[in-house]
Write a protein that binds this ligand. Sequence first.
Ligand code: CP
Length: 316
Amino acid sequence: MKKYTSVDDIHNLDEFLQLAKKIKANPLGNKELGKNKTIGLLFFNPSLRTRLSTQKAAQNLGLNCMVMNLNTEGWTLEFEDGAVMDGSASEHVKEAAQVVSQYCDIIAIRSFPTLTDKEKDEAETVISSFVKYASVPVISLEGATEHPLQALADALTIEEYKTSPKPKVVLSWAPHPKALPQSVPNSFVKMMKKMNVDFIVTHPEGYELNPKVTEGVRIEYNQEEAFKNADFIYAKNWSSYKDYGKVVNRDSGWTVGKRQMDVTNNAKFMHCLPVRRNMIVTDEILDSDASIVIPEAHNRVYSAQVILTKILESLK
Ligand code: CP
């Protein structure tokens, strides 16, 4: 595996899930694989889970790990080809990516979307530039349009908690005070398309995701209808794709609570975290046995470790 910047980079999900289970059963079983190798984690945005779980996965494989908050600690980067750099940017990504490649065997990057420049976000300008100019494999720690490490952890969690061969999984929009990226729902939709699940996306009108991503997926505007007999409820907020980056509805009737969960098949509740209590989901549900958000976060370690294992094996 030479990069992991999209769920599309997984060609055989079952193989990845089997490896994740094997790693989870014995996380230190391949401690020599990353010996004398280094991963650099570059953050343009905040993180708790992605940062710590990827470091933990790297440690489990014997990798050295360097972490840098590039937005606050590094030079401001220029991404435009042929730019006259007379503004705030001090260094072009062409040099930066090549330089980091001298110190690291793998580069991992978090860079959120602008949510104002759709074209730039869809081009994944930051991560794509590192893929283009770095001489080592690149991993997305959440980009402008995808969060593929999260989606792999979500797939592993559903695999572990399902009680039927083809569970019903619902991705539900939920309200939030701020405009959030579409990265998590995009990757989740792509991942569910690879799994043997009965999958529905539900959201108010105006929150349709990129139609290329949801092609072939059932969209239901009635949340209660979507939740009926569901085995997994995955709640997430995202901003409008059509009215790009805008919050077009904050309907608190979409907050996941007992009323919605009561029509499910004793569904498990999932969320990538961080979660706004009593906005996305009520305390009652998040604090109940239905919630599997903590084991889901735990699985972030094994999701990262699977990808690092695959990439390190390709470097041998
Ligand atoms: N789920 C997730 O990516 O969490 P962080 O933003 O804390 O890394």
